[in-house]
Write a protein that binds this ligand. Structure first.
Ligand SMILES: [Zn+2]
Length: 330
C-alpha cells in the first residue's frame, strides 16, 4: 500500500472515464447503473476537482502537460460510446462550467446500427419472471422474479456472452431481441446521438471527438486485420461527418482482455496521437512513452465514483482497483 500511496500522490494527471449522465431512477434492478452518474454529481465532481487545484484540460494537451515538469496537475473528462444524454444532460453542465471534454463515438451509434447487447439483456431480464435460454446448446432455466434473482441471472448471462465469440454474442442477442419484441434499431436511435447531434458537440471548441471503433468489439478478441479495420474505418467515418479526422482513440471495454500490446501498436500505426484503456491508474511523465495505452479512472456509478474521487482528491487514495468493475463496459 505505501507504494501505491506514494505513486498515486506523485501522479501528474488523470483521465476519467464516464458513460451516461442521467437523472437517477428508483428501479430496484439496474445492472448497468455502474455506467451512470447524475448531472448533479457531474457538477460537484468538476467543482471539487478544480477546488483541489487540478486544471481540467483537453485530451490534446496531455502530452504537453506531461513534457513540462512545471505544469500543474490536470484532469481530462472522457465520455465513451456517444450517448444522447451526453448532449442533452451533460453538455449544459460542461458548457456552464466551461469544462473541456472528450466524447469517444462508436460510429454504429449515430449510424443507428449499434447492438447495445448489455441493454437488451437488461430489458429482457427486467421484464420476465423466468427465462429459458439455450447456452452452448444446452437449454437452461433462469429465475428472475426478485431483484436479487434478476441480478444473478443478468450476471450469469452477461459473462457467458462476454466469453463467446463476438459474432456469436451479437447473433444470440439479435435472436433474444426478436423473441422478446425489442426493436434494437429504435433503441439505438433513442439512446445514441444522431450525426447532427454529434456535430453540435464537434463544433464546440470545448469538445474533442475521438474514435471508438465502428461496432464496439473487444479488439484483442478479433483478428488483427479486422481490428485495424474497426479502428481505421471509425476514423474515416467520423472524418466524413465532422470538421476533422479524430486524433484520439478509446479501446472498447478497455480491459487487458480487450486491448493489449497488439492493439496499442495498431493504434499507433493508424496515426492516432493517443489511445486510452480502462486499466486504472493516473498519469506520470513516463506515459509519454505509452501514449497508446493510457490508463483511466472510472467515474461511472456514483457510489463507486464518490469513492474514487474522494480517494483521488484527498491525496491519500484508497482506490480498490479492479474491484466493483465487473460490469464496467467502456
Ligand atoms: Zn465503449
Amino acid at each position: 500500500m505505501p507504494g501505491l500511496l506514494s505513486s498515486m500522490t506523485a501522479g501528474r494527471g488523470v483521465i476519467f472515464t464516464l458513460h451516461h449522465v442521467v437523472h437517477p431512477s428508483g428501479d430496484a434492478f439496474q445492472p448497468n447503473r455502474l455506467l451512470e452518474i447524475s448531472p448533479d454529481f457531474l457538477r460537484k465532481a468538476i467543482l471539487r476537482i478544480r477546488a483541489r487545484g487540478y486544471d481540467i484540460v483537453h485530451l490534446g494537451e496531455v502530452a504537453e502537460r506531461l513534457k513540462d515538469p512545471k505544469s500543474g496537475r490536470f484532469c481530462v473528462l472522457t465520455f465513451d460510446d456517444g450517448y444522447r444524454d451526453n448532449l442533452e444532460i451533460a453538455y449544459p453542465v460542461l458548457k456552464e462550467l466551461d469544462c473541456p471534454f472528450t466524447v469517444y463515438v462508436a460510429t454504429s451509434m449515430p449510424d443507428g446500427t449499434a447492438e447495445l447487447w448489455w441493454r437488451v439483456l437488461e430489458i429482457v431480464v427486467a421484464s420476465r419472471a423466468h427465462l429459458e435460454l439455450k447456452l452452448n446448446g444446452t437449454p437452461m432455466g433462469f429465475p428472475c422474479e426478485t431483484p436479487d434473482e434478476k441480478y444473478k441471472t443478468y450476471e450469469a448471462i452477461y459473462w457467458w456472452l462476454r466469453s463467446q465469440s463476438q459474432d456469436d454474442q451479437r447473433s444470440f442477442i439479435r435472436d433474444l431481441a426478436m423473441l422478446h419484441d425489442i426493436d434494437m434499431a429504435s433503441m439505438v436511435r433513442r439512446m445514441a446521438m444522431s450525426w447532427d447531434e454529434v456535430s453540435v458537440l464537434a463544433r464546440d471548441s470545448l469538445c474533442t471527438i475521438g474514435a471508438h471503433t465502428v461496432k464496439h468489439f473487444a479488439l484483442a478478441r478479433i483478428d488483427a486485420d479486422r481490428a485495424r479495420a474497426e479502428m481505421l474505418n471509425s476514423a474515416d467515418i467520423l472524418e466524413s461527418y465532422l470538421p476533422e479526422r479524430p486524433k484520439h482513440f478509446a479501446y472498447p471495454y478497455g480491459d487487458p482482455g480487450s486491448a493489449s500490446q497488439r492493439e496499442f501498436e495498431i493504434a499507433r500505426e493508424c496515426g492516432f496521437e493517443t489511445a486510452v484503456t480502462t486499466r486504472p491508474g493516473v498519469l506520470f511523465t513516463e506515459h509519454l512513452d505509452h501514449m497508446y495505452a493510457l490508463p483511466r479512472i472510472s467515474l461511472n456509478g456514483e457510489f463507486q465514483a464518490k469513492r474514487y474521487l474522494d480517494g483521488f482528491l484527498s491525496g491519500v487514495p484508497s482506490l480498490a482497483f479492479n474491484k466493483g468493475r465487473k460490469l464496467n463496459i467502456a
